[in-house]
Ligand binder design. Structure first.
Ligand SMILES: NC(=O)c1ccc[n+]([C@@H]2O[C@H](COP(=O)([O-])OP(=O)(O)OC[C@H]3O[C@@H](n4cnc5c(N)ncnc54)[C@H](OP(=O)(O)O)[C@@H]3O)[C@@H](O)[C@H]2O)c1
Length: 262
């Protein structure tokens, strides 16, 4: 299927590795020009080179910076002639016990996983509506649907974003002008983040990391972790010209882990 995206411009945040990188790769393969961001310059430039290899016909701009800061967002926005597609993403907050978290930790989580996507939506959504096309996908987490107790910062901040998006996606000046806003909720995806979490779990329990990995996978009905490539493919589909009637939704990609009927 032709996704109808050739020549569009996407801003894909936090995209040198993992899920963001998977989204940028799928969009570039569909002929979308991409601006990618991350803090680490080296990995970002390597990913930009990979994207140019995937589709030499698209423009790839790499902007190093912290997307959770105003300066980082301004630099990312300035790098694209326009933003037709916005993929909101940033690192997730650390795990822990809520009894140990102070206002500072909460503000950092809110900045990264709620206020940054809201600021980028605010900066891009009205021009999208004026042009009659826009696709916004927020990478959140399966923890929004089924909270994970040690990820309280993530559960809280991402649920705040989810509630906000549910409201604005349904504004007629947004939905009525072919601008969609949806959330993509990853379950367990085999990225650097997941590998680090498992390595930490193995160290804590004294078990070999392969055992921790196998145990975690066997608890997933699909019996495996997801890949960044399949995450990116669904993201590209949600951004496609054909997905204009899909808005305000939370799409869970978790290999069947969530046990509910809906
Ligand atoms: N993988 C999973 O199973 C899973 C499950 C549920 C939710 N999630 C969430 O999905 C998001 C992506 O996860 P992932 O697994 O793809 O992580 P990852 O493999 O660690 O990749 C994170 C990417 O984001 C960039 N990044 C992080 N913080 C940034 C910042 N402040 N500004 C700009 N770029 C930043 C990183 O580059 P730099 O470090 O160089 O900046 C890297 O490119 C996270 O919020 C994570 O919590 C992931």
């Amino acid at each position: 299927m032709d996704l109808g995206l050739t020549g569009k411009w996407a801003l894909v945040c936090a995209a040198s590795k993992g899920l963001g990188a998977g989204c940028a790769e799928a969009l570039a393969a569909e002929g979308v020009n991409v601006v990618i961001t991350a803090r680490g310059e080296e990995a970002l430039q390597a990913q930009a080179a990979k994207l140019r290899g995937i589709n030499p016909a698209v423009q790839v701009v790499a902007v190093a910076g912290d997307i959770t800061t105003e300066a980082g967002r301004a630099a990312a926005l300035a790098a694209a002639p326009r933003v037709d597609i916005l993929i909101n993403n940033a690192g997730g907050p650390p795990p822990g016990d809520f009894r140990d978290w102070e206002r500072e930790q909460w503000l950092a989580a809110l900045d990264a996983n709620m206020l940054t996507p809201i600021a980028l939506i605010k900066a891009t959504v009205d021009p999208m509506a004026d042009r009659g096309f826009g696709r916004i996908v927020n990478i959140t987490s399966g923890a929004v649907k089924a909270p994970i107790d040690v990820l309280g910062l993530s559960n809280g901040a991402r649920s705040g974003l989810t509630g906000f998006v549910a409201g604005i996606a349904r504004q007629s000046r947004i939905a009525g002008r072919n601008v969609t806003i949806n959330n993509l909720l990853p379950g367990a995806f085999d990225t650097e983040r997941l590998q680090k979490t498992m390595a930490a779990g193995a160290q804590k329990s004294g078990q070999p990391v392969d055992d921790v990995r196998a145990k975690r996978m066997s608890a997933i009905p699909a019996q495996r972790f997801g890949s960044a490539a399949e995450f990116g493919a669904i993201c590209a589909l949600m951004c496609s010209a054909h997905a204009g009637y899909l808005t305000g939704q939370n799409i869970l990609l978790d290999g069947g882990s969530y046990p509910g009927t809906f």
